[in-house]
Design a protein around this ligand. Structure first.
Ligand code: 5GP
Length: 195
């Protein structure tokens, strides 16, 4: 998605050798116009997948999931990273190791919001080692629903996540794929051509 790549080139900055900071439009401040375009692009790519629900994880996946949900006209559920005291209802819980925070979260979704037989699109802001997306997929499958696809805003293709998701048979659509960082510059990878 050219508009997104342009934004990353202009406003993203590289931390160390593997983290991209995009807090001016995705991870702290949010660009609503870009986010609408992102939602439209996800909706276009998954238009024929029969999606009935979107699942993301708080907090940075929510904006993109919301605009995709608006375009696909389906509800959006965000998994919580910690079970709160008021979530005193039956829930699916799975452990997810956070790449950026280097901590394990108990990712939680109330069962009433993830019933069986939904066709679920998983959306997240970044794909690195795949922990978050695989955790969300575990919840969908525990619920007796199916993962119709995984929509990622920015994939770091030099990490293992994309490969792990493809090995599990999931249809992954990443709007920007990064091949590498060098000297603070972002180098984009080609889009994966689907058969
Ligand atoms: P994974 O679970 O695929 O290892 O990592 C994805 C999660 O970690 C995303 O939900 C995102 O919040 C965070 N993340 C991973 N890499 C980056 C990065 O380079 N920049 C930012 N801002 N977040 C990242």
């Amino acid at each position: 998605m050219e508009l997104l790549k342009e934004k990353i080139r202009r406003e993203g900055y590289v931390l160390g050798d593997s983290v991209l900071k995009v807090d001016s439009f995705l991870n702290h401040q949010i660009d609503p116009v870009l986010m609408m375009e992102i939602g439209e692009e996800f909706a276009r790519r998954f238009a024929d997948a029969g999606i009935t629900k979107i699942l993301t994880i708080e907090s940075s996946g929510i904006a993109a999931a919301l605009t995709a949900g608006l375009k696909l006209n389906v509800p959006v559920v965000f998994a919580r990273k910690k079970k709160s005291a008021i979530m005193n209802e039956e829930a699916y819980v799975t452990e997810v190791y956070s790449f950026t925070k280097q901590e394990t979260n108990h990712v939680t979704v109330l069962k009433k919001f993830m019933p069986a037989e939904e066709t679920v699109l998983i959306i997240d802001d970044f794909l690195a080692n795949g922990e978050a997306a695989l955790g969300l997929a575990r919840i969908v499958e525990q619920a007796g629903s199916s993962v119709a696809g995984v929509g990622i805003v920015i994939e770091k293709a030099f990490q293992e996540g994309g490969k792990k998701l493809l090995e599990k048979g999931y249809n992954v659509e990443s709007l920007a794929r990064i091949a590498s960082f060098s000297n603070g510059q972002v180098h984009f990878a080609e889009e994966l051509v689907k058969a």
